[in-house]
Design a binder for this molecule. Structure first.
Ligand code: PMP
Length: 414
């Protein structure tokens, strides 16, 4: 025991679309072009195999079991925690808290940080480009505590107005919560600078990394952020697992999020004391198999190299922007110079939903709508966008198919 039982992926030096069985499918008699990766990525065979292997050979509840399988499952679960620690370069494995996803991770930070530190009149800085997951939990907190939200505006290119940001700080500012990469605009924010400015005011920063971790190398110590949240399912891992990284000093002081089994040290009706990190924040039975799948997904990305994935996707993004800009009437939403592989656009005066349906019928899957970022839509005065988002298995052929399908859609709509 103690050895990893799950098979790690072999090193490979290129993007292997064949590793993803779902992509070999046809939809409407056309080979599937999957360009909805910002919503969720597909899973490589090694991750699918890991889940099956887990349920066939290891499945058991963790941490409290004396028996053989429980110890195996516990070892694998804790190995996954160390893998995530190393992946984002956290200082300690107990700073990695497993959650159900980025949404739960952000709710955890807002609720626990809020219960511990936020008082009436305190201020919380977020931005105009946040996903609803990084707006609503802070609004809950503001309602509960009588705190106030302050919002960093964005430019028409889709970049944070850093000057306005610096001016938002007051004595009352208690935390900054912004996205690393925007799911709608693709903008990669200068999060190191955001942290530096906030720390200059003695204010901690939470980064929403849901759209960053699969596309950019992340080093939480280099960024010096206080919290970093992300979802497994957007980085080739199963749905139902995510991560909240927090610096030890905050996690030690913060009140727990949910109450239940595992997070306690002792319980009486008079008084309950809490477990040590990380368990204080992990009430109840976690998604053990999915956490193990997350480890395999990380190892899969590492077997290619996260920098290599980033460079490949950036090249593809440029190809895509170039190729689509040749279509007359296309309007890009989000044109920051430093962008991840997300292309949001409008086609003439047509509704993005109609564009999405016509692309779908040609086998091209994109997302349409407000992408859970209604304030961005208000900024541009639009109902939504069509969004093509790339992953490591995307190709120039996918972009070409998208462009051809768009031309056809245009001929039907405009
Ligand atoms: N933040 C951002 C930037 C996102 O794109 C998403 C998912 N679209 C989330 C948070 C929430 O992630 P999840 O739904 O996996 O909890």
């Amino acid at each position: 025991m103690g050895k990893n039982l799950m098979k790690s992926p072999k090193t490979q030096n290129k993007m292997n679309r064949e590793d993803f069985p779902i992509l070999t499918q046809q939809v409407y008699n056309r080979p599937l072009v999957y360009l909805d990766n910002a919503a969720t990525t597909q899973k490589p065979q090694v991750v699918i195999d890991a889940l099956q292997h887990y349920y066939e050979t290891i499945n058991s509840n963790i941490h409290r079991g004396v028996h053989y399988l429980s110890q195996l499952a516990t070892n694998e679960f804790e190995a996954a925690r160390r893998c995530v620690q190393q992946f984002i370069n956290a200082a300690h494995d107990y700073e990695i808290i497993f959650t159900r996803g980025a949404t739960e991770a952000i709710n955890l930070v807002a609720a626990s940080f809020g219960r511990t530190y936020i008082q009436r009149g305190d201020e919380i800085i977020i931005s105009e480009m946040e996903h609803h997951s990084n707006i609503v939990p802070w609004q809950f907190l503001c309602e509960d505590r009588g705190a106030v939200l302050r919002v960093i505006p964005i430019s028409d290119e889709g970049m944070l107005d850093m000057e306005a940001y610096t001016e938002l700080f007051t004595e009352k500012t208690k935390i900054v919560a912004v996205s690393h990469v925007s799911n709608t605009l693709g903008t990669i924010n200068d999060v190191a600078e955001i942290v530096r400015i906030a720390h200059g005011h003695g204010v901690p920063v939470m980064l929403d990394g849901a759209q960053a971790v699969a596309h950019e190398p992340v080093d939480v110590q280099a960024l010096d952020c206080d919290f970093y949240c992300f979802s497994g399912h957007k980085m080739y891992a199963p749905m139902g697992v995510g991560v909240m990284y927090g610096k030890e000093r905050w996690l030690n002081e913060m009140k727990p999020y949910q109450g239940g089994g595992e997070m306690i040290s002792s319980v009486t009706f008079e008084k309950t004391t809490y477990n040590d990190l990380p368990f204080k924040f992990e009430a109840g039975t976690p998604a053990v198999g999915d956490v193990i799948g997350l480890r395999i997904a990380i190892e899969y990305m590492q077997s290619i190299g996260v920098e290599r994935i980033r460079d490949y996707e950036t090249e593809l993004l440029h190809y895509g922007m170039e190729r689509l800009s040749q279509i007359e009437g296309i309007r890009f939403i989000g044109t920051a110079p430093h962008k991840a592989a997300v292309i949001s656009f409008l086609l003439g005066s047509s509704h993005p939903y109609d564009v999405g349906v016509l692309l779908d019928h040609q086998g091209v899957a994109v997302r349409t709508g407000h992408h859970c970022t209604q304030p961005i839509m208000s900024h541009y005065g639009i109902p939504g966008t069509a969004r093509a988002s790339l992953a490591l298995y995307s190709s120039k052929e996918d972009i070409d198919r998208l462009a051809e399908a768009l031309l056809k859609a245009k001929s039907m709509l405009l």
